[in-house]
Write a protein that binds this ligand. Structure first.
Ligand code: BTN
Length: 321
């Protein structure tokens, strides 16, 4: 018997007790083995009541990003079929990259409670106090040319924004290319990294950071960053939010694989923080100014200059609104 099976049995019996004898029979193990697994789960943070006559009952699950909890009733086919969870690592993107190089299949997800070298786009740092946010990376292997990478980021942004809104009820918006905004401040970010060979993508590592339950930010970012907790006034289950994001990602990733660009673009437009607005896109020393018109099928931002000329922008920071 693995602890996963025991946990599943405890989860499915909901509020009723299951006796040690029944569990031992069901899994053809000794009652001592059942007890050892219960002990292991308790050490992981589960609260399991043991009644002398009635048996065991699951009282509370920890809000820790444990594979068993995230996989329970996840109901996805590919995204999250394998989940790794670390207490502390450099960066989930680095670990995902190493695993992908070694042949980890598509859909594997690497979670961490704390990163020592969490990074954002353009080599910026990504801070997250332990056990407050969501830090994870997903390995994808789409059969697409590298110029579709901005569309992969756009698809991911749609997935994250939709999942946040579905789970928390907070309206969330996409600030091209990779920021998720709630009430005008950044609540999540996406870092897309790719490994290519000739003209095809070998794999993509999609790093997602969500400011879930932080209650404060350092002075340098507090004007621009927020958390779901600060906006919603409550703590959210990081496990449930993770599941919602993985389900959403599977849905929109399937649209991407089916090349249903239009469906993704429509969703992106509905959620866009910049659409129709006058913006500046800063690319190093260069600035592109105009009106944000949408994204094209490769995820490039379509900008119309005052003279009517259209630019397709694939990278940069948007200043707007
Ligand atoms: C950004 O807004 O610039 C992107 C932030 C991405 C942060 C996530 S946290 C999990 C994953 N691991 C990292 O080192 N970065 C991404």
């Amino acid at each position: 018997m693995t602890h996963e099976k025991l946990l599943f049995a405890l989860h499915t019996s909901k509020d009723t007790y299951i006796s040690g004898e029944e569990l031992a029979d069901r899994f053809s193990v000794s009652r001592t083995s059942v007890w050892n697994h219960i002990d292991y789960l308790r050490k992981q943070g589960y609260t399991i009541e043991a009644h002398p006559n009635l048996g065991y009952r699951l009282i509370n699950v920890p809000d820790r990003l444990l594979p068993d909890e995230i996989q329970y009733e996840l109901n996805t086919k590919v995204i999250g079929r394998k989940i790794y969870s670390f207490e502390e690592i450099n960066s989930t993107n680095d670990t995902a990259w190493e695993k992908a190089i070694k042949g980890e299949p598509e859909g594997a997800v690497i979670f961490a409670e704390f990163q020592t070298k969490g990074r954002g786009r353009l080599k910026r740092q990504w801070f997250s106090p332990g056990r407050k946010g969501l830090l994870f990376s997903v390995i994808l292997k789409p059969h697409l040319a590298p110029n579709y990478v901005p569309m992969i980021t756009a698809m991911s942004a749609v997935s994250v924004a939709r999942a946040i809104t579905k789970y928390t009820g907070l309206s969330s918006w996409i600030k091209w290319p990779n920021d998720i905004f709630v009430n005008g401040k950044k609540a999540a970010g996406i870092l897309t990294e790719i490994n290519t060979e000739l003209d095809v993508i070998k794999f993509v590592v999609l790093g997602i950071g969500v400011n879930a339950n932080m209650d404060k930010f350092s002075d340098d970012i507090k004007k621009t960053a927020t958390s779901l907790r600060l906006e919603g006034g409550m703590d959210y289950s990081r496990v449930e939010l993770s599941k919602e994001i993985l389900r959403s990602l599977e849905h929109y990733y399937n649209l991407l694989l089916e090349k249903k660009w239009d469906e993704i673009i429509v969703e992106w437009k509905n959620l866009s923080y910049v659409l129709g607005k006058r913006i500046k896109v800063v690319q190093g020393g260069k600035k592109i100014e105009g009106q944000a018109m949408g994204i094209d099928e490769q995820g490039a931002l379509v900008v119309r200059h005052d003279d009517g000329v259209i630019d397709y922008v694939i990278t940069g920071d948007v200043i707007c609104c």
